[in-house]
Design a protein around this ligand. Structure first.
Ligand SMILES: Nc1nc2c(c(=O)[nH]1)N[C@H]1C(S)=C(S)[C@@H](COP(=O)(O)O)O[C@H]1N2
Ligand SMILES: [Mo]
Length: 260
């Protein structure tokens, strides 16, 4: 068998697979650049610092590119730049539901007994009732939610600024990450700069009423600067940390920073 020819064919198959996986993982803007440049297998290898000759290595290379991409998005993130807001007349009705399960399976949380857990690098670890969260200054925003599955919708969310909440619990604001555990086993984590962004809301309301179960009761983190999968619904615990953790979709290959 002529191994060099076999190797050539195999390399092309790996390159095609790598392109497919990479396209799936990159946010829209990077995807466009990637397509314009028509990155080759060699180029992928250069970017990731390793030669790509099997699927396992291609996966590893893509994971490294995705982390590189996180760092670039982190550098590019401007904490004072605001995402667009819209008039109420543009709210999408009905607003789409999305989760890794059917709408009827959305968790039902008892709001009267609910206590939000707070752990990690914070001074005050007492558990918060919904009533206490409503005593923080409340803000309302009409913003666009963008899902990587190919749809977007405009919605209205209200609640305290997440930055105000982090200050109220005496969080170490120099910590790198804030993580979220949800009532439906969803989880994700975000960078501190986005956590402190003025449009990042710990949303308790949707369209002027308490969040309906399907949209994330008792609360969701609403970040118009990040893609839909980064916005956790049904939050039950929040942790501040310097240890990197991924998320439900991020563990299946979606980019961690997930800027929009
Ligand atoms: N707890 C939890 N949060 C989640 C999800 C989920 O399955 N569970 N799905 C994410 C995805 S991919 C999207 S697009 C949005 C959908 O939010 P919506 O149902 O309010 O449109 O929630 C995000 N947050
Ligand atoms: Mo999504």
């Amino acid at each position: 068998m002529n191994t060099s020819i076999w190797h050539q064919d195999n390399a092309e198959a790996v390159a095609a697979e790598a392109r497919r996986l990479l396209l799936k993982r990159l946010p829209q803007a990077s995807r466009r650049q990637f397509l314009q440049r028509g990155l080759t297998l060699g180029g992928l290898g250069l970017l990731s610092g390793c030669s790509i000759d099997d699927n396992a290595t291609a996966e590893a290379a893509l994971a490294r590119i995705s982390r590189f991409n996180d760092r670039v998005q982190g550098w590019l993130f401007d904490p004072s730049r605001l995402a667009p807001t819209y008039p109420e007349s543009m709210i999408t009705r009905p607003f789409p539901f999305n989760a890794f399960y059917e709408e009827t399976e959305a968790p039902r949380v008892d709001g009267a007994r609910f206590l939000l857990e707070v752990t990690g690098l914070v001074a005050d670890k007492h558990r918060w009732t919904l009533h206490e969260l409503r005593k923080l200054p409340q803000y309302t925003q009409v913003t666009r939610h963008i899902c990587v599955e190919g749809w977007s919708a405009i919605g209205k969310w209200g609640g305290p600024r997440f930055g105000d909440f982090l200050r109220a619990i005496g969080a170490d604001l120099s910590a790198r990450y804030v993580g979220f555990q949800c009532a439906d086993d969803y989880y994700t984590s975000i960078d501190m700069a986005t956590a402190l962004h003025p449009q990042t809301l710990l949303a308790l309301d949707w369209d002027g009423q308490p969040l309906p179960p399907k949209y994330g009761f008792p609360m969701k983190l609403r970040m118009p600067t990040k893609l839909g999968y980064k916005n956790p619904k049904h939050i039950r615990a929040i942790f501040v940390s310097n240890t990197f953790n991924r998320g439900y979709w991020e563990d299946q290959g979606y980019n961690w920073f997930g800027g929009s």
